[in-house]
Design a protein around this ligand. Sequence first.
Ligand code: ASP
Length: 374
Amino acid sequence: MKRFARLNTLSVLLLAASLATGVAHAQLAPSASAAPTQAGAPSEARKANIVIIGTGGTIAGAGAAATNTAAYQSAVVPVDKIIASVPEIAKIANVKGEQVFQIGSESFNNERLLKLGKRVSELLRQPDVDGIVITHGTDTIEETAYFLNLTLKSDKPVVVVGSMRPGTALGADGALNLYDAVLVASSPESRGKGTLAVLNDEIHTGRDVTKTNTFKVETFRSPFGPLGYVVEGRTLYFRLPARPHTMQTEWDIDKLDKLPEVAVVYAYGNVNPASVDAAVKNGAKAIVYAATGNGSVGDYMVEPLKAARAKGVQIVRASRTGGGVVIRNAEQPDDKYDWLVTDDQLPQKARILMALALTKTNDTKELQKILWKY
Ligand code: ASP
């Protein structure tokens, strides 16, 4: 008791001193208030204008019972209804909903990716839009995030958000995730950081984030850690994305009308060479081979992959391990076979990057540089 009393006296003294100097506010909210406001960005004096684009997923899902945390129907609740279910959002931003799709994210394809990206770009060009939040299924949120990260031409914040549990479930995570996503999209500090993914109190770069668990709310991970946290209404950044994104890349979503076909072939003991032939027959311009370990290729798979390369199809060695870089000319003589390796991109992310890269060049040396750059 005595100690509390002493602390209280101390607190009163500190508060009096800080009121006099104006220091308390800066200490209580170091991140939000310390950052300089950039031209055109919302300041603390006005609320940001955020468009929330709905595309479906579990964040728009509903289950039969509150105990259905993992079995439910996704993509059924309209985005305006999701926004209305989180009235706290209106206190931090002026938001407008727009339904672009109502699908499970497993149903994304190149056409839908391009359509979404173009609409986001159009909205970002509007001077009265400060940032975009995209509600999205979690299954492929990492692919959309990486794609937008590489192709949007704006410094304004774009945040993808989803949830692991539908709004009807006990312990639903969508409301807080959406609130946090709007906070991040409204923060001047989020400008120029590329496309971000906000889930489970964390801010991730769209380049790195990946789903690692089928049902847990802490499923999203970045191999090098998140960029920051969102906690108690505060956006706290601790790291910056190291790889080029948005304004620094060679792609512009407004100029992309079609993406080349890139297939992922998954390796396993007894993998069937016919999967390579099928990809070639289907018109793949590149095959990302989700190889075992550090991109190792079974002896009976080398010839089919070489044959595909001989037909002009680019071969990219990636890894199915979920982490680490693939070393060029180590497990396979890439120079000799004219093959490529990923950097640390997971196969599904390498697929996105290769599709974009092939819109620029078909030269293997140039393609390798792109894989190592982004
Ligand atoms: N299958 C759902 C989707 O990706 C899962 C989710 O959103 O969590 O749309």
